[in-house]
Design a protein around this ligand. Structure first.
Ligand SMILES: Nc1nc2c(ncn2[C@@H]2O[C@H](COP(=O)(O)OP(=O)(O)OP(=O)(O)O)[C@@H](O)[C@H]2O)c(=O)[nH]1
Ligand SMILES: [Mg+2]
Length: 287
């Protein structure tokens, strides 16, 4: 699918549209491995949200793979192309580990959002999850979780709350995405922005979106196509371009690669930095 169109010559920018240090992997890794929270009991929770099949679970696995130097498949990702049902059905959290132990970062993985307003995962459920009200292993239903439900965590701790929301958007399909999906993301944004909860876009599948990048990942920041897709994402979701990180997730590799790692770690560095700043202000409640 999409093969014949992608045969066309893709333009490249004369100069990179974003400065990026491809040799920064070790430094980023070291700095993230030395990250500590003031209260060692607290974990920095980060929630991934986005369309079905965008690469949410794969991004979590890619973060763990980059730290461990081997491919990790803890968050089950779907290998079936083009499904309309989210593979991830329950709310699960995944601790990020490096070779010698645990890091204080925990990713929350949820079901994918669908465009029609009343099907699949509801915006209310995403917001409840961000606020820490959804207990681990809750299976998302067609209707939103309410305070009377046994899976509803009435008094979430700081570690149950998410201090950064990462919208995962697939580069290869973003321009074909139903506008209603962006409306859902905007609704989430409006609700959580008041609480100062930072939001970052991780744009996955850059290898599928641009043949030049597929051949050589280092062309990412000179690819006109990827630049345009970042502009498009920023305009549709309302997230500044500086908070959009194009990445390639590990999906069919058997070994890690420093270029894939550095993109993933750079995105994580920004996510953790903004989450840590929000965490300093303490927990939050809506209403
Ligand atoms: N080529 C390529 N494939 C990717 C990338 N990221 C994810 N995939 C593939 O896309 C498919 C869906 O990935 P998942 O990680 O399961 O996506 P998800 O967002 O968790 O999906 P749901 O749980 O179903 O909502 C899988 O076949 C992945 O291998 C990427 O950066 N490049
Ligand atoms: Mg998933």
């Amino acid at each position: 699918m999409g093969g014949s169109q992608s045969q066309k010559k893709e333009p490249l920018e004369d100069k990179p549209w974003r400065e990026f240090d491809w040799g920064e992997k070790e430094a980023l890794q070291r700095s993230l491995e030395n990250f500590s929270v003031r209260n060692p009991e607290v974990n920095v929770r980060i929630l991934v949200a986005g369309q079905i099949g965008a690469g949410k679970s794969s991004f979590i696995n890619s973060v763990n793979s980059a730290f461990q130097g081997k491919i990790v498949c803890e968050a089950l990702a779907d290998a079936t192309a083009g499904t309309s049902r989210s593979f991830t059905q329950r709310f699960q959290t995944f601790r990020i580990r490096h070779k010698n132990g645990e890091l204080p970062f925990v990713f929350g993985d949820i079901m994918g959002l669908e465009a029609p307003s009343l099907s699949g995962l509801q915006v209310d459920d995403v917001i409840s999850t961000i606020l820490g009200h959804v207990k681990e292993n809750y299976i998302f239903k067609g209707k939103a979780l309410t305070s009377g439900d046994e899976s509803y965590n009435v008094k979430p701790s700081v570690s149950d709350q998410s201090f950064c929301v990462v919208y995962i958007i697939a580069a290869d399909t973003v321009t074909l995405t139903d506008k209603l999906l962006f409306e859902k993301l905007k609704l989430i944004r409006q609700t959580i922005s008041d609480q100062g909860i930072p939001q970052v876009i991780v744009m996955t599948k850059v290898d599928e979106a641009c043949p030049l990048v597929n051949k050589d990942l280092k062309k990412l920041y000179t690819s006109t196509k990827i630049k345009k897709l970042v502009d498009f994402c920023s305009a549709e979701v309302g997230v500044p371009k500086t908070c959009i990180f194009p990445v390639k997730n590990y999906h069919d590799e058997i070994n890690t690669n420093p270029d894939v790692d550095v993109l993933i770690l750079k995105a994580l560095d920004q996510i953790v930095d903004s989450a840590a700043r929000r965490l300093q202000k303490g927990s939050y409640t809506l209403k």
